[in-house]
Design a binder for this molecule. Structure first.
Ligand code: SF4
Length: 332
């Protein structure tokens, strides 16, 4: 029986990958991996991407089972968009510190304090929270979602305080109330670290990837002029990969979770891609290990369940976002 790959043992790694692929075929499963997953998980997956792109893929592919290598709210979003499919998460405890800052009950209580307000939720939220909201958004379409709401309507924006502050600034609206949630990983990409790293590397480019809560603080800082604008590119997953392929820079600093580096380094080995902070790592994402992926495929464990009513209400909120505009960059 194949065991999890040992970094120094390519034979074990190959046997593990072959066993994963064999089990996926026998289960009629497609493996989706978020960009922040461990390198071996990204390499063995059928598709990698941001959470919304992966959730849409989950709905489109023919496979009856989706093995989602990411965190819990992402697997739930896949289930919401593909309710007829079995969605498996290899580690059910893989949560999200940002999504965990707000519950469905919190949203109901907040709404009761602001009757008539429109509730806008970043996609980093549980299905139960999405079901209590009016419309979802990603980091890239948050401003468009806000602009689609009549000027005189109050807005409750949740749960990311940095994305909330960013959209407040770019839309110039002052009737937006922002939930003070944050992702623990963003603390590693704070203004001080960002300024220091950019100043110490005057020839390096800076890519900001506001895909998850971990980099929305960097998005906010760039918008406030904390680092020279001409050196910064704010990019989606796809945009970042194509910029990496074309880059002639000797070094590029990356303001996002470190998992993204795996694909960037493969896309252009001639450029040195370095994290703004190598400790900016999401330990929830790294809870999906080679062993756990194998066990899920073998035993069918980690099934995600969302009750029909919650799923229908949450889906409505996601679909409203899609109707306003397809995210052009950055899922979450
Ligand atoms: S990086 Fe932050 S926002 Fe993204 S999944 Fe991890 S804890 Fe959640």
């Amino acid at each position: 029986m194949a065991t999890a790959p040992a970094a120094a043992d390519p034979t074990t790694a190959r046997e593990w990958a072959e066993e994963v692929r064999r089990l996926a075929r026998s289960r009629d499963a497609v493996i989706l991996a978020h960009n922040y997953q461990r390198p071996e998980i990204q390499d063995v997956a059928d598709h990698t991407g941001d959470s919304l792109a992966l959730s849409r893929l989950a709905a489109e592919v023919d496979a009856s089972t989706i093995v989602f290598c990411g965190v819990h709210f992402m697997a739930e979003t896949a289930k919401i968009l593909a309710p007829q499919k079995t969605v498996l998460l290899p580690e059910l405890a893989a949560g999200c510190s940002l999504a965990d800052t707000i519950t469905a009950e919190d949203v109901r209580a907040w709404r009761a304090e602001h009757p008539g307000a429109v509730v806008v939720a970043y996609v980093n939220t549980s299905a139960a929270v999405k079901a209590e909201t009016d419309v979802c958004c990603t980091s890239s379409n948050a401003a468009d979602v806000i602009r689609s709401i009549p000027e005189d309507r109050e807005i409750l924006f949740l749960p990311d305080q940095f994305l909330g502050a960013h959209v407040k600034r770019v839309t110039g609206r002052d009737n937006i109330h922002v939930w003070m949630g944050e992702c623990h990983v963003h603390a590693g990409i704070d203004g001080h670290t960002l300024r220091e790293r950019v100043a110490a590397e005057p020839d390096a480019e800076l890519y900001v990837h506001p895909e998850c809560g971990c980099a929305t603080s960097a998005l906010y800082l760039v918008g406030s002029g904390a680092v020279p604008e001409d050196r910064v590119k704010v990019l989606s997953t796809g945009g970042m990969l194509s910029a990496a392929e074309k880059s002639s820079a000797s070094k590029v600093l990356i303001a996002t979770e470190t998992g993204m580096l795996h694909q960037l380094r493969a896309a252009n080995p001639a450029t040195a891609f370095e994290p703004v902070n190598p400790r900016a790592e999401c330990h929830y994402m790294k809870m999906i290990t080679a062993d756990k992926l194998l066990a899920t495929l073998r035993d069918g464990t980690g099934e995600i369940r969302v009750d029909d009513e919650t799923a229908a209400r949450a889906r409505r909120s996601v679909e409203r976002m899609v109707a306003i505009g397809t995210p052009s960059r950055g899922g979450e």
